[in-house]
Write a protein that binds this ligand. Structure first.
Ligand code: NDP
Length: 597
């Protein structure tokens, strides 16, 4: 209580409340509570609503230097950076009917980038493109993916509507063999996995999902045939419909205000409330944009990444609710710098409580019904879940046609019936169910990627990594020659995913080009090089029982059950430091830790 006078809250009480909120949500089945899409939803996911039905083509048999699996931003960046290195003999294989990845599939109403567009949209300087607003909406982001495809002439090199099932190393031919759902036989010297970390939608394992007789879909497969309108709104077919949205993560926060605007009634089923910070979207000032100097995008991205790593530079270039959070929870510097780790942890925890109190106050000041406001208040530390930012979400709960249903006590909705959703023993009859239930993000490689990877001696990647990831810099693993992967994996994570993808794409492209320049056939980590990198990552691993273990469950902490090795082992000094490390490694020219043959 001594501290309460100084900070306006009792840290012990908050600590206890956070523990209670966590404990009541942890489920013994952890990540197994989630299922792949089933029944009509699976059919819906397998069929692409954005292309003409019935597409067929003859199987393709060809050989290229590189096969890029995935045509989202990571695949597009890999292609752009390969071209930059002079490697032009490559193919992209993409499941969707166009480029864009997550922005191809996610066209739900209100879909928007949650980080600053000047950081998020890749290759702005190369393409000379000025984002319309500080936070771009889905349409603009999807159009930007297409712009990259056109600029680098990638359309002719891409097999769209093609899902890769297996990539298999053929040691005799020293080639990767790529199998697809269109019976292609693609061969490539190098394979670049660019699947995106959030590409496989999941459903809560709730009984009865297949019994619902009305329409239902996952947010990543929004069916405007059912709702009317488009990603910008105008869902006129909802005017006489009762709609259930299950889930209140980053996606639902964007969906809810739009459905609330158009539906007769909206029930929002919430297990854990998200933090909802201010957004303050503004149109881009053309004069400011024209004044930016070459190299500005990388500088801005690094500035933002440094904020996120608790090393705020003097000038906050992005200056938004994200950097406000990072500033609020960074350990004090200079004369105020805590002397010990314990002292630092205590100070940062207090700062975190203060920030969360502010976010809880925002709920209380916005939502008029006291019980609803109370249920919408998040009780956990601010980075336990992806923070969200929206100026319309909380006010939506003041509308008479919106009801919040808190399902935290029962660890989720109980059941789906033919006509509705059961929660807390009550059946809510609805005409449409929207699952905003997220994506498979697990340490289980196969479940996460959905592609079988088979290396030398027929070893499966899932078995190879059964006892933990083993990589050099997160990109390559021994026994899987010429296999390169882009995404979070024993490397530096950034909340602005595309900065991370771009730095990785630059490195991957260099590795491929350098192997070709040196006229080698096979590039692979040495056992020692790989071990040395695993040791670096191991030394950076948070102690068991640390920050994430105390968080409410979610995909950040493997649903609170297995809190080790989340983010697949991170290089904690952050993106800017990792980028410097890779730049120095490349400049050194020794290809330390890799062998060429
Ligand atoms: P999340 O996994 O973040 O959220 C899933 C939601 O479903 C959670 O609220 C979860 O509750 C809820 N849920 C799961 N099971 C049940 C159940 N049985 N009953 C009731 N509720 C349930 O998925 P999202 O799609 O919202 O977001 C995933 C990620 O996608 C984000 O974290 C972000 O990284 C990214 N994203 C990025 C955007 C951008 O602008 N760049 C926009 C949107 C998403 P609980 O929390 O209790 O598990």
């Amino acid at each position: 209580m001594a501290e309460m006078g100084q900070v306006g809250f009792d840290p012990d009480e908050l600590r206890q409340r956070y523990r209670q909120e966590r404990d009541k949500r942890v489920r013994a089945d952890g990540v197994d509570q989630y299922h792949d899409l089933v029944g009509p939803l699976a059919h819906h996911a397998a069929t692409d609503p954005y292309v003409e039905p019935g597409f067929t083509r003859d199987p393709v048999l060809d050989e290229t230097d590189v096969a890029i699996i995935g045509g989202g931003f990571s695949g597009l960046l890999a292609a752009a950076r390969l071209i930059g290195e002079g490697v032009t003999d490559f193919r992209i294989v993409e499941a969707g009917g166009d480029f864009g990845g997550t922005w191809y599939w996610n066209r739900y109403p209100g879909a928007q980038c949650d980080t600053d567009a000047y950081c998020y949209l890749p290759l702005l300087e190369e393409l000379g493109y000025m984002p319309k607003e500080k936070y771009s909406y889905a349409e603009e982001i999807f159009a930007h993916s297409r712009r990259i495809g056109e600029h680098f002439e990638l359309y002719d090199r891409t097999l769209f509507q093609t899902r890769v099932s297996t990539v298999r190393w053929d040691d005799g031919e020293q080639r990767w063999r790529i199998e697809t759902n269109r019976n292609d036989d693609l061969r490539a010297r190098f394979v670049v996995m660019a699947l995106g970390p959030l590409s496989r939608p999941k459903l809560p394992g709730v009984p009865g999902i297949e019994d619902f007789e009305g329409p239902s879909f996952h947010t990543s497969r929004w069916d405007y045939g059912v709702t009317g309108g488009d990603t910008n709104g105008g869902m006129t077919k909802l005017a006489d419909k009762k709609v259930a949205v299950i889930g209140t993560g980053a996606t639902a926060i964007q969906v809810v205000p739009r459905v609330a605007r158009d539906a007769e009634h909206l029930y929002v089923f919430q297990r854990t409330p998200s933090t909802v910070g201010w957004r303050g979207n503004v149109a881009t000032d053309p004069e400011w944009f024209a004044s930016l100097q070459p190299g500005w995008q990388r500088e801005r991205r690094e500035n933002f990444a440094n904020y996120s790593m608790g090393r705020p530079p003097e000038v906050d270039l992005v200056d938004d609710a994200w950097t406000e959070i990072f500033r609020a929870i960074s350990s004090p510097k200079g004369a105020d710098r805590p002397k010990t780790r314990e002292e630092r942890d205590r100070v940062v925890e207090l700062q975190d409580f203060t920030k969360m109190e502010e976010l809880r106050r925002r709920v209380a000041e916005t939502v008029t019904d006291a019980a609803t406001a109370e249920a919408l208040k998040p009780y956990y530390r601010v980075m336990c879940k992806r923070p969200t930012f929206n100026d319309e979400y909380l006010p939506a709960f003041n509308q008479p046609n919106v009801t919040l249903v808190d399902v935290s006590d029962s660890k989720g909705v109980e059941r789906i019936t033919a006509t509705g959703v059961v929660a807390n023993g009550v059946e809510y009859e609805v005409d449409l169910i929207v699952y905003a239930s997220g994506y498979h993000v697990t340490n289980d490689v196969e479940r996460r990627m959905g592609v079988e990877v088979v290396g030398r001696d027929q070893v499966q990647l899932a078995d190879h990594w059964a006892d933990g990831r083993k990589t050099l810099h997160g990109f390559m693993t021994r026994g899987f020659p010429n296999w390169l992967s882009i995404g979070p994996s024993q490397n530096a994570f950034s909340v602005n995913m595309t900065s991370m993808f771009d730095e990785q794409a630059i490195h991957v492209a260099w590795l491929v080009a350098e192997t070709l320049r040196r006229e080698a056939t096979v590039l692979e980590p040495t056992a020692e090089g790989q071990q040395a990198w695993c040791d670096v990552i191991e030394d950076m691993a948070p102690p068991p029982g640390g920050f994430l273990a105390q968080c409410t469950p979610g995909y950040y902490n493997q649903e609170g059950v297995d809190t080790t090795n989340i983010f697949l082992g991170a290089y904690t000094p952050g993106l800017a430091a990792f980028t410097r490390l890779l730049e120095e490694w490349r400049a050194n020219g020794e290809m330390d830790g890799l062998e060429l043959s």
